[in-house]
Write a new protein. Structure first.
Length: 236
C-alpha cells in the first residue's frame, strides 16, 4: 500500500486551518476603527505588567455568527464564557501590526456573556524578537451588529500584581540569550477564575485610551500600531 507523505498531510491540515478563518469586513481595512486601544488607567504603559480585561454583553439569542477582530501589545489570550478562544497577535512590526479575526458564535449563548482577555507586556524583559509600542488591548466588532464588543470605557481592567519578572543574570551566565526573562507568579495574589462568568469584577477599574485613534495600515503616520489582518490562522 502506498503511504501518503507526512509533509502532504501537514499541508492539507494547514490549508484547512486557513480556510476556517472568517472573512472580515473589508471596510475596516480602509477606515479608522470605532474601537479604542485600551490600557490600565494608572500603571505605566511602558513597564512590565500583566493585565486582565473583561466585558459583559447581553444577547437576545445565540447568534449563528459573531465576528470580531482582536489584537494587543505585547501578547494576549482571549476567553469567552470561560472558554479559551485564541491567542496572539502574530508577530509583525509597528507598520504591520497583526490582528486576529475570529467567530465567537460557538462560545456565545442567549443572555449574558463574558469576554475576557489577559495581556502581557514584558517590556525590558521581552524576547529580542518582540517589537512593542506600549501596553494595549483592542477588540473591534466586524459590523454594527457586533459593535457591543468594541474596546473602550465599557470594558473593565485589572493589574495582576501576582506576576513579576524573573530576570536572567546574563553577566553571571556569561552567555547571550534572545529568549527574554522568565516570570514569577504568586498564587496567593492571582485572581483565580477571572475569565469565568461568575467572577466578581466590581473592584476592577475603567481602562484609559492608550492612543487617540485606531487605524489600519495606510491611514496614518503617527508611528504606532498600523493594523493588518493576520495571515496565520488564530491559535487557542
Amino acid at each position: 500500500m502506498r503511504k501518503t507523505p507526512s509533509v502532504f498531510l501537514l499541508l492539507l491540515f494547514s490549508a484547512g486551518a486557513f480556510a476556517q478563518t472568517p472573512v472580515g469586513n473589508p471596510e475596516l481595512q480602509r477606515s479608522y476603527w470605532q474601537a479604542q486601544w485600551i490600557s490600565h488607567p494608572t500603571v505605566s504603559q511602558y513597564i512590565y505588567g500583566v493585565f486582565h480585561f473583561r466585558k459583559t454583553i447581553d444577547l437576545a439569542q445565540k447568534p449563528d455568527a459573531y465576528i470580531v477582530h482582536v489584537s494587543a501589545d505585547n501578547r494576549y489570550r482571549l476567553f469567552v464564557n470561560g472558554q479559551p478562544v485564541c491567542s496572539g497577535p502574530a508577530r509583525g512590526d509597528l507598520l504591520n501590526w497583526n490582528y486576529e479575526t475570529v467567530n465567537l458564535a460557538p462560545y456565545l449563548q442567549a443572555g449574558k456573556n463574558v469576554l475576557a482577555a489577559v495581556v502581557w507586556n514584558a517590556a525590558e524583559s521581552r524576547p529580542l524578537a518582540q517589537i512593542t509600542y506600549q501596553t494595549g488591548f483592542l477588540m473591534q466588532g466586524d459590523t454594527q451588529r457586533e459593535n457591543a464588543v468594541n474596546t473602550g470605557d465599557s470594558w473593565k481592567v485589572w493589574h495582576n500584581a501576582a506576576h513579576q519578572p524573573l530576570v536572567v543574570d546574563k553577566a553571571m551566565m556569561q552567555t547571550y540569550t534572545a529568549t527574554g526573562d522568565g516570570d514569577r507568579v504568586d498564587g496567593n495574589l492571582y485572581p483565580w477564575g477571572w475569565e469565568t462568568p461568575g467572577f466578581d469584577d466590581s473592584a476592577w477599574g475603567v481602562p484609559r485610551n492608550a492612543w487617540f485613534s485606531t487605524k489600519p495600515r495606510g491611514m496614518g503616520t503617527d508611528g504606532n500600531w498600523a493594523l493588518v489582518p493576520s495571515q496565520i490562522p488564530p491559535m487557542e
